[in-house]
Structures are given as structure tokens and as C-alpha cells.
Design a protein. Structure first.
Length: 757
């Protein structure tokens, strides 16, 4: 017995020692980075170790990171291959990335923490130092000192350092992961996020289906649904409802299919909404969520269209009166009781599933967030109140709002429907973590939301009415109307269309999945295996496996719950991707054309043009890169914004401003004059400065569209230039910042290369 006790104490002591070594190892890695930073503290050379402290605005002219990037343009800034490496000294094994530039140079990217060790292991974390350093081809060995390779990834296309800077900027602007935490947002997180997001840019799923083939694809899916075998139709609440309503109709589902066809075309806006949702999805496993949310958006107007149909107008719910309910419910009480029992059982199944998730989450959270006795006492008082409110409202069987009916009798029925679940899970009323289900519901597994609830109600009502001998459509109409509004039926249409459409789109995505080549170490650095996989496989087999391995190690050292760490890191990566798409690459949505990708161009320096003659003066400030045929064909809009002013004064004879900005078509980026066509220069005025402006003002110019002359006169190889003009003697055009935004009709592969050249 004594020996067993000694062994237990020894194991516990060894575990605590390993935990301390892991924490101190991370601190030592961070200290090394800080020491390297101190060596370059007064250096402005391009080889210096640079801490990425971004300006709030992406690519702002005063951003120190953009100034560092400008220094790198002396040589190539493009890469196609990244090495993922780690220090050879454990137990923490600091990780970093090497961007292998195409001219042979290397950029090293890594993350370290700065602050107290106690803060680093707390959820709030400590200050992060995201660093980048350029090494010449001759000095590349210095970037690999005391490290070993984990993997080498070849993306099969060129990226620019600016793409990586955009990801780092997005990480720092995303709540939570901007700070350094040992358990989650450390050096591993930075490396894996960069690799995952670059791989996602290779995939670009949202461009696979274009506007031209979307409508034909939707038609194929709906035609397949219209020919379902009888045994499969019972799986869909929408079809069961159609069969119940249209008993004399040989094709009762036709009205549903007609409504869906009308609201899922490109013209209806469905394609644009889905493309936008898809563009914000990082993981292939989240594509279903993007689709279901989009289908839910169009299901509401589809239901309105459905109830205009002659058959469905017979059960128009909004016409039901309170008197009908009070008389009718009593007359069909046996049906109501049967329905209540069926619904109770269904609800209890989902409730059990949710509670299993809560149990697992609560156990994991207690490792990092132990509750004080005072907090537990407060939660014991408040949780039953919140819990009952959650059960009864707003996720209730019967609703009061927007015309749905509500009576004391139905209130009693609602309570009885949840009685089983409430009694079975009574012990959870006193769970200290129960309040978290209201704060962070998305983190607690599958939740019984209104969509699923409404679908269950429709299905169980149809089942109860027709399994209990009623053939009267008024009974079905009455019970539906007592429980739901017409718009609540949107979930039945969503559940009908979404699964088949999801399956079809997944097949297309998989068939056109771009491939990535990568070498990864198997057991030792000398045993590297070459593989070619799709982006989805790369995410699953490399990125997520390494997240899981880190989460397990954190759990082993009892620093946090492994599943929670895995969940938080995966979610943070998706949040970073969304921010990158919307705030860096400018993903927007167009009702008719789908997702838009807008690229912006910025000047490297301010400009001041002074007219010293009556002829005036003009200079080209900055330009786009040479444009190819596809780029020109996809331009939807061009707009210039400047922060500028004139000389700040005028004489009494002046009644209008004489400083303006033009957009010009240039033959090459080095051209000083615009192209000439039919004897006229190809320039168009964007906007003028306000007269006698004392302060710099943010000014937005005219929007030029695809059908305007500037777009029609562009030829492959041309550039769009921003010309700063001051005409008439003594006039000044003084500009400190600008943004030339080019918006495209739809995203396309390869566009990001043009954004960064």
C-alpha cells in the first residue's frame, strides 16, 4: 500500500515538473525573440527583425509594417513554398515559418509573448510580438539555426509577402487571438493560421459555380427532388404537409418546387448571398452551415409565394381567428394530446443531446475558470430563472407575436410539452456553468433553435392529425395556426432543399479541389514523405491534426481542456479568415452578380503639385499593375478617394477651384503621360478639392462603371494611373493619402497576385 502511494506521489510530482518545464520553455523561447529584437532596436536596415505593429487602417501610409514592406521591394517579395520549422530544444519547441522567396532569399515569421508568465497562461493572455525578418540568400542558414523542419508546403501558385502581412494584420485585429496565450494563441497558432488561410486562398470554392451555370445546377437539384420515390417523401416535413393539404392533387409537391425555383435563381439574389456566405467559410466542414443560413434567408419569401398557390391558400394561417381556436381546440383535444406527447418525446431527444454537450463543456471550463463559492451561490439562484425562460420563451411552442394565437389553455399545453425534459434534467438547473449557454450558445454543440423547433412542430402536427383519424383539413389548419405563423414554415422548406443542394455542391467542390504538394516529417526529420493532397485534406490531415496534437499536450499538462482548446483555435482561425476577406481583400456582395472582390491601390508617398505657369502642372502619383484581359473584363466599378486640399487661399477673382484628380489610362506603369486616342488624352476627372481648404479632407470621387469610356478604352497591358493636377498659376494640389478601389463583378482565381504585385 505504501509503495502504491509513493508511486502516485512520484507520478504527480513528475507531472507537475513537466508542466513547469513546458511553461518555462515557452518563456525562454519568447525571451530569445525579445533578445533578438533588442539587437535591432536602432536599426532601419531591411535585414532587421521587425515587430509587426500595424496601423488601425490596412496599408495606411504611416504604418511601420508597410514601410518595412516597401524596403523589401528592392528584390522579389513573392513566394510559392513555405517551410514550417521548430526549435530543436524542448519541451516547448518554438515554431516559425520560412517564406522561400523566388529569388532565393527568405522571410522568417514567428510569434512570441511579452509579459508575465502568469498572464501568458491566463485566458486574457499577454502582449504578443509577431515578427518578420528578411534574410538574403547568402544568410539563409542563419534563419534555420538550432531548428528542424516539420514540413514544406508548395501551394502551386505565387503569393506575396503582403498576403502574409494581411493575415498577421487580421490576427491582430481579431478579438481574443491578438494576445499571446500559451494554451491557444501562441507561435503554433500563428504558423498554422498562415498555412491554413493561404491554402484556403488556393481553393477559392466560391468561384467554382459561376452565374452562368448556377441556374442550371439548381434546376437539376429541384428536378431530382420532384422525382423522389414515395418511401423518401416521408422524410421531409414539407412534403408531408403538401400531401396533407393537396389530397386531391397527384403532384402535391409541385407548389413547393415552383416557389423554390422562383427564389433560388441568380436574379432572385440567392446565388449572391450564398457565394458571400461561402467566401467567409474557412473549413470545408462549415460549408453546410453557410448553405443552410442562406437557404433560410430565401425560405421566408418562398413561403409567402407558396401561400399564394390555390391549394395552400386553403390553410392560410393569418386568417385564423381567436374564436376558431377556442372552439376548435376543445373539439379536437384528443389530437392535441397525441401531438403534445409526440412533440415532448422529440424535444427530449434534442434536449438530452444538448445537455451532454453542456456536461462536457462544464468539465473542461472548470480547469481554467474555477468558480468561487460566491459565484456558485449566485448562479444557483439565477440559473433556474434563466433556464425556465429559455425553455418557455423565446423558444416556445406557441408564440404571442405577429398574429399567432395564445390562450391560457395553450399555455398549459406548452408547459406540459416540456415537462418530461424538465424533470429528466432537473439537476442541471443548479449547474454553475448553465449561464454560459446564454452567453456563448454557439460553443455548446447542437442547440434547439427556432428553425428546428418549427420543423418538429409541423412534422408532429401532420403526424398527429392524420394518425388519429382526422381527414378534415381544417383540423390541420387550426392546429398549425395555433402554434405558428406562416413565416415559421420557412424551416420546413429549408430542410427540404438544403440537404440535397449541399450534397450536390460538395460533390462539385471535391471534383474541382486544387492540389497542394507538401513534405512532412514522419517520426524524424530525416524521414520526409512527399504528398499531393487537396486543400480539404491538407486542412484536415495537417492543420487540424496539429491543432489536436497541441490541444492534447495542453490537456496533458493540465493547463486547459483539450476539446476547448481545439474548438477555440479552430473558431479563431475562421474569425481571422472572415476579417481577412472583408477588411483586407474587400469581399462585398452584389445582388445580381454575387460576391465581389475589390482590390485597392495606395501611394507610397504624399504628393504636392504646384503650378508655376498658366499652363498648369500634373503628375502621375501611383498606378495599378499592368492589367490583363480577364481583369479588364471583370471590372465593375473604379473609384478614387483622396485626403487632400488646395493651397488654402484664393484671391478675390477666383470663384472655383483649380486643383483636381484625374484617372488616366497609361501604356505602362512608368508612363508619364496618358495614352492618346483620336487625338485626345485618355483622362477622366474624378473630383476636385474644395475651394481654399485649410485642412486635409477625405474626398470620394466619381464612380466609373464597366460601361464607362475608361473601361471600354482599357487594353491588355495598360495601367490605370492617378494624376494629380493643379491648373492655373500659383494653384497647389496637396495630397497625403489616397485609395484607388477597383471592384470586380465576381471573384476569380489568381486575382490576389495582381493585388500584391
Amino acid at each position: 500500500m505504501t509503495n502504491l502511494s509513493d508511486r502516485i506521489k512520484s507520478c504527480f510530482s513528475r507531472s507537475q515538473e513537466e508542466r513547469k518545464m513546458f511553461i518555462s520553455g515557452s518563456r525562454m523561447s519568447s525571451d530569445k525573440v525579445i533578445q533578438r529584437l533588442s539587437e535591432f532596436s536602432k536599426s532601419s536596415a531591411r535585414e532587421r527583425l521587425h515587430v509587426m505593429r500595424f496601423h488601425k487602417a490596412w496599408r495606411h501610409q504611416n504604418c511601420p509594417v508597410m514601410k518595412w514592406y516597401s524596403q523589401q521591394k528592392k528584390s522579389s517579395t513573392q513566394f510559392q513554398v513555405i517551410e514550417h520549422r521548430r526549435d530543436i530544444n524542448g519541451p516547448f519547441y518554438h515554431e516559425f515559418l520560412l517564406l522561400k522567396l523566388i529569388d532565393g532569399a527568405i522571410c522568417r515569421v514567428e510569434r512570441a509573448g511579452e509579459g508575465s508568465q502568469a498572464d501568458a497562461i491566463r485566458y486574457i493572455g499577454c502582449k504578443s510580438n509577431d515578427t518578420i525578418q528578411w534574410f538574403s540568400e547568402e544568410d539563409c542558414g542563419d534563419a534555420r539555426i538550432d531548428s528542424e523542419i516539420i514540413s514544406e508546403v508548395n501551394f502551386g501558385r505565387k503569393f506575396d509577402i503582403l498576403d502574409v502581412l494581411g493575415i498577421c494584420y487580421s490576427i491582430q485585429r481579431t478579438k481574443g487571438c491578438s494576445a499571446y496565450t500559451l494554451q491557444r494563441y501562441n507561435c503554433y497558432f500563428l504558423c498554422l493560421t498562415i498555412l491554413a488561410l493561404l491554402a484556403r486562398q488556393v481553393a477559392y470554392w466560391e468561384t467554382i459555380l459561376t452565374t452562368n451555370d448556377w441556374d442550371s445546377h439548381i434546376k437539376t437539384v429541384l428536378d431530382r427532388l420532384s422525382n423522389l420515390p414515395p418511401e423518401e417523401t416521408t422524410n421531409y416535413a414539407a412534403l408531408r404537409l403538401s400531401a396533407a393539404v393537396g389530397t386531391d392533387n397527384p403532384q402535391p409537391a409541385e407548389a413547393i418546387l415552383k416557389a423554390l425555383r422562383q427564389h433560388t435563381t441568380v436574379v432572385s439574389g440567392f446565388y449572391s448571398r450564398y457565394s458571400h456566405a461561402m467566401s467567409l467559410t474557412l473549413w470545408e466542414t462549415s460549408l453546410d452551415s453557410a448553405l443552410y443560413s442562406t437557404v433560410a434567408d430565401i425560405a421566408v419569401p418562398a413561403v409567402a409565394t407558396l401561400f399564394e398557390d390555390e391549394v395552400y391558400s386553403a390553410i392560410r394561417l393569418k386568417d385564423i381567428t381567436l374564436d376558431e381556436v377556442l372552439i376548435g381546440i376543445v373539439a379536437m383535444m384528443h389530437i392535441v394530446q397525441a401531438w403534445s406527447k409526440t412533440l415532448t418525446n422529440k424535444m427530449a431527444e434534442y434536449y438530452d443531446h444538448a445537455m451532454q454537450q453542456y456536461e462536457a463543456q462544464s468539465h473542461g471550463q472548470e480547469i481554467e475558470f474555477p468558480k468561487t463559492r460566491r459565484r456558485e451561490a449566485i448562479d444557483r439562484i439565477m440559473c433556474p430563472i434563466f433556464f425556465l425562460r429559455y425553455i418557455i420563451s423565446p423558444h416556445s411552442v406557441f408564440q404571442e407575436d405577429n398574429g399567432a394565437l395564445f390562450t391560457n389553455m395553450l399555455d398549459k399545453l406548452r408547459m406540459s410539452a416540456f415537462k418530461m425534459a424538465l424533470l429528466k434534467k432537473k439537476r442541471f438547473l443548479y449547474s454553475p456553468v448553465l449561464l454560459d449557454m446564454f452567453r456563448k450558445p454557439e460553443q455548446f454543440g447542437k442547440r434547439l433553435g427556432k428553425g428546428l423547433e418549427h420543423e418538429l412542430i409541423v412534422a408532429t402536427i401532420v403526424e398527429a392529425v392524420y394518425n388519429n383519424g382526422s381527414k378534415d383539413i381544417s383540423d390541420l389548419r387550426l392546429l398549425l395556426g395555433a402554434c405558428l405563423k406562416e413565416s415559421d414554415l420557412d424551416s420546413t422548406l429549408s430542410s427540404f432543399l438544403a440537404p440535397s443542394l449541399s450534397h450536390s455542391i460538395r460533390d462539385i467542390v471535391k471534383s474541382q479541389m486544387p492540389l497542394i504538394d507538401f513534405r512532412s516529417s514522419q517520426q524524424s526529420k530525416d524521414n520526409m514523405v512527399n504528398r499531393t493532397v487537396g486543400v480539404t485534406e491538407f486542412h484536415a490531415e495537417y492543420i487540424k491534426n496539429r491543432i489536436d496534437a497541441h490541444a492534447r499536450r495542453v490537456a496533458h499538462y493540465q493547463l486547459a481542456s483539450g476539446p476547448l482548446v481545439y474548438q477555440d483555435i479552430s473558431k479563431a482561425m475562421e474569425d481571422v479568415w472572415k476579417f481577412l476577406q472583408e477588411s483586407v481583400y474587400g469581399i462585398t456582395i452584389d445582388t445580381n452578380l454575387g460576391v465581389n472582390l475589390s482590390t485597392s491601390y495606395y501611394p507610397s508617398d504624399p504628393i504636392r503639385v504646384v503650378s508655376r505657369t498658366d499652363e498648369g502642372a500634373a503628375e502621375v502619383w501611383f498606378t495599378t499593375q499592368p492589367l490583363d484581359e480577364e481583369y479588364i473584363a471583370n471590372i465593375a466599378e473604379i473609384q478614387l478617394t483622396t485626403e487632400s486640399k488646395d493651397q488654402g487661399w484664393v484671391d478675390s477673382a477666383s470663384n472655383s477651384g483649380h486643383s483636381r484628380f484625374d484617372l488616366a489610362i497609361l501604356a505602362t506603369p512608368d508612363s508619364k503621360q496618358p495614352r492618346v486616342h483620336n487625338g485626345l488624352p485618355l483622362t477622366w476627372t474624378s473630383h476636385c478639392n474644395p475651394l481654399a481648404g485649410k485642412e486635409y479632407r477625405r474626398l470620394r470621387g466619381k464612380s466609373f462603371h464597366h460601361e464607362d469610356p475608361i473601361c471600354k478604352n482599357l487594353a491588355p497591358g495598360n495601367c490605370i494611373g492617378v494624376c494629380v493636377v493643379a491648373f492655373e498659376r500659383a494653384w497647389v494640389n496637396d495630397a497625403v493619402d489616397a485609395q484607388l478601389n477597383v471592384r470586380f463583378s465576381r471573384p476569380r482565381a489568381g486575382i490576389r497576385e495582381e493585388m500584391t504585385e
